[in-house]
Design a protein around this ligand. Sequence first.
Ligand code: GLN
Length: 312
Amino acid sequence: VMKEMDRLDNLLPQWVEKSRPESAHGRVATYIPELSKAEWDLLGISVLNADGRYSEAGDTAFSFTLQSISKVFTLILALMDHGEEAVFSKVGKEPTGDNFNSMMKLELIQPAIPFNPLINAGAIVISSLIKGNSVEQKSERILQFFRELAGNDRLVIDHKVYRSERETGHLNRSMAYFLLDKGILEGNVEDVLDVYFRHCSIQVETADLARMALVLAYNGLDPLTGKQLIPRRFVQIAKTFMITCGMYNGSGEFAIGAGMPAKSGVSGGILTFVPGRLGIGVVGPSLNAKGNSIAGVHLIERLSREFDWSMF
Ligand code: GLN
């Protein structure tokens, strides 16, 4: 039998081309003006195994911002900073079924904690929990942590995207002030938002996503360096959220279609993995109605079927 990576090398190029036309049925995000400049028909994928071998196809040589993918790793950092009990006194553990930027359910429960850490409201609360004495220090800690996970010292913030989102992020700002009023957010709201906008604007390529995903696939161990970068329990928590909320209100459909923990972002990135085996990074800026890369979802679902990657 042909090894999985060899089969991927053979199949990926043609499968990327089969999924690429799906982009015509979606739309590039425009609510962050800088994101609207992305080329809509790009599609790229990087798959990485524990030997450090990559299989890649399509448009893998351009960078994009993490956006909501960063939320998985800020959650992990907040858990490492404060532990489970403190973090889950401020955010819940349940999917919402609403859009990622919805405020609908914020008033539903008492205390008024956001339903989960992967919707915007929850991720903003998580940003407020990152340790550090200033916005700069907190952002630098996040960036360093992400660099270590990606094995890439060159990760930086895309300042154009950051400024674009800071100037137009009124909906996020309104949620943050609401949470301040309810006593869930503490400290300077604008500073908390600044930390949030910055980590959403960290620039990566699909190979970086694959490497970060590989660490999750190995329960926090970086198989390429042998270092345990995240305590196993916190990866377990993150993985569970990725299954239940990682693709926003499209998570159920994706769990049935692909059956892999995943996290998407509005720039069109998707980070996913095959537990114990492979880290995967995909990008395709054209999004479906739920805000997930339309061609990216198509590609991952097809690969999952072909390679029997579903956990279920
Ligand atoms: N930075 C984006 C926002 O706050 C992240 C959302 C996303 O990727 N879905 O709206």
